[in-house]
Design a protein around this ligand. Sequence first.
Ligand SMILES: *Cc1c(COP(=O)(O)O)cnc(C)c1O
Ligand code: SF4
Length: 346
Amino acid sequence: MIQRTPTRIEARPADNDSASWQQLLSGAITSPTALLERLDLDPRLWLQGAEEGHRLFAIRVPEPYLSRITRGNPQDPLLRQVLPLSEEGVLADGYVSDPLQEVTASETTGLIRKYQSRALLMVTGQCAINCRYCFRRHFPYEEHRLSPLDRDRVIDTLRQDTRINEVIFSGGDPLVASDRLLAAWTAAIGEIPHIRRLRIHTRLPVVIPQRVCDSLLAWLPETRLQTVIVLHINHPAELDLATRLALARLRAAGATLLNQSVILRGVNDNAEVLTELSEALFEAGVMPYYLHAFDPVAGAHHFDVSDDAARALVRTMLASLPGFLVPKLVREIPGKAGKTPIDLFA
Ligand SMILES: *Cc1c(COP(=O)(O)O)cnc(C)c1O
Ligand code: SF4
């Protein structure tokens, strides 16, 4: 009789699954040399630019995001979002450090009141990843560290203004904050009767999927507030298996998932990529929401896509996708009560 050897199920040693999100966050690559080495990029070609950009806005890339980047490919669409280039030092006309004028929109420390019915709460100034095109790359986050007194003032302001029906956790990335802090904010906000919704603007489930951990999933479904999570995904390659599983857990916890993308030259300024992104988002249970026209933030002009090019891309998407998978092409204009749609057929 022939003895069969049973099939062995091998554990994969390289998985990040056992590391906590906090470890993955603190272990993020934060130096130009380490980034180039990790991704097999020639320092003779890339180091000088990386160092120049890094001095203006520090590099930060956690391992789970790095693992989706193809080694040795300087054109990788995920790499382009995190690798600083010497172009960041170029001063271009019309490119400013606070294009959305958020600094002037804050009265109560930690709270931004740009919109009538929604208030933005800056839970933390930190992000898990530093995206090179970030319109907040020059934001004075240090001024937004909240003392217990500031927190009381925020809650008072929310309680007094009955026009506010939605609180948006913003940042930085609010999910960098501890679950203890987030649960405490959510409980306090949930006690204010006129608040209906909690919205969380975050890139963390994409950058470090492990952030969608048991302790997050313990407080999130507890609140009476309807919960909307607005993700920030720019390219279908960002939706790896770990991210899709994290998104499924958030949905199972009762959250509605939406996505906003920024249109970026060399990353997603391509109708096929954007169409595939919408399809992949929907498969992952996420509705495409906004496609942001480029904001002229100083240091990011090399990502610029003209409004005309953006319009043409979205017109192509309208022809190839069902209407519900076409994001709204919008721009934030300082002083306006909401996003301004860009007319596709102008
Ligand atoms: C536009 C914007 C909002 C509000 O978004 P709406 O979906 O238009 O209500 C919140 N936070 C940030 C950072 C925004 O840019
Ligand atoms: S995650 Fe968002 S806020 Fe943070 S650096 Fe990237 S774009 Fe900016």
